[in-house]
Design a protein around this ligand. Structure first.
Ligand code: NAP
Length: 296
């Protein structure tokens, strides 16, 4: 399987490193010559260019678009003249509904994808071959998705040692709003609230005393601003739904504390302790293969 990767940042670079390590021929394309240079130096790709036209000579069987989300559709439209009829195309964007249907119209062998792995750094320098190991890699087929395209992507997901999870774009977007996009906003709100402490001495003391609890709850709010903005802009409605529900839960907890209703607060915390354990990430077991309706 010859694989081309367009956009050699954290995600594209990590995919390139792993696929090259597995012995696949990988060709890369990025905007800037410096990124191409680094990708070549790190051994992530066998060849690299800054022009999509160069990709035609490599004749890839799979193309992965790993640009920022708002570049995916324009990149695909620009790619189409250089693809052969059997080429499978996928993306890695963290929101799927605005991408999958229009991309499938542009290219029938398109499959939406989203590897559930990342870190707080960007760019090819931060890329690592092991980033996807054991992580869910969501594929979002729709009714028009071609079965051979989905099969090729499942093979690629296995090649990067990730676990394919198939669901439709709407379910994907709602689920990631809960577990990825809402946490970023909640965590950003937490950092902003603490930072508004009016007494500079207390603020200084709080910063000095902050330990693992604060680090865990504030980590994603202190991440890359552009990624948070991308989530909010492109998954706005699902994120608003989760924020509304979160505000209601916080309001309920606030009322219990205000009213000194300690027994009820204890029940809430006992329930959340149990619910926390229901997340596979909090226990050592495999992710399910299929969540929701797989189509195509
Ligand atoms: P990144 O490290 O900033 O990398 C983006 C790369 O895209 C850069 O190398 C940049 O190239 C390249 N690029 C930008 N515009 C381009 C264009 N028009 N044509 C070709 N290349 C272009 O970002 P990332 O974190 O890898 O994110 C990329 C995608 O992965 C996003 O769609 C995001 O939703 C998704 N994603 C991110 C994470 C995460 O945690 N970071 C997790 C899962 C999915 P130059 O270096 O040449 O400027």
């Amino acid at each position: 399987m010859r694989i081309a990767i367009v956009g050699l940042g954290l995600i594209g670079g990590s995919l390139a490193l792993k696929l090259t390590e597995k012995g696949y021929p990988v060709w890369g394309m990025s905007r800037t010559p410096a990124t191409c240079q680094q990708a070549l130096q790190r051994g992530a790709v066998q060849g690299c260019g800054t022009e999509l036209a160069q990709l035609a000579r490599f004749d890839p069987q799979v193309v992965l678009i790993c640009t920022p989300l708002d570049q995916v559709l324009t990149t695909l439209a620009a790619l189409v003249p250089y693809l052969s009829a059997e080429t499978v195309v996928s993306d890695v964007g963290s929101v799927k509904q605005p991408i999958v249907a229009p991309a499938t119209e542009l290219w029938p062998l398109f499959v939406g994808g989203h590897p559930m792995a990342g870190k707080s750094l960007q760019g090819i320098q931060a890329a690592e071959a092991g980033l996807f190991r054991g992580r869910p890699y969501v594929l979002t087929p729709i009714a028009k998705t071609q079965p051979q395209a989905l099969a090729a992507m499942k093979k690629l997901v296995a090649a990067v040692d990730a676990e394919a999870v198939c669901t439709d774009p709407a379910r994907h977007d709602q689920a990631v709003a809960w577990i990825s996009h809402l946490p970023v906003m909640v965590s950003a709100g937490l950092i902003a609230a603490v930072s508004q402490e009016a007494d500079p001495a207390i603020l200084h003391l709080a910063r000095t005393l902050a330990s693992s609890g604060f680090r865990d709850t504030s980590r994603v709010g202190g991440g890359i601003p552009q990624l948070g903005l991308e989530m909010a802009r492109h998954n706005r409605q699902a994120l608003l739904t989760t924020l509304c529900s979160y505000r209601a839960q916080l309001g309920q907890i606030e009322r219990l504390i205000e009213g000194e209703r300690w027994d009820e607060l204890l029940l809430v915390l006992q329930r959340t302790q149990q619910e926390w354990q229901q997340f596979p990430v909090n226990q050592p077991r495999r992710v399910p293969q299929d969540l929701g309706n797989e189509e195509g």
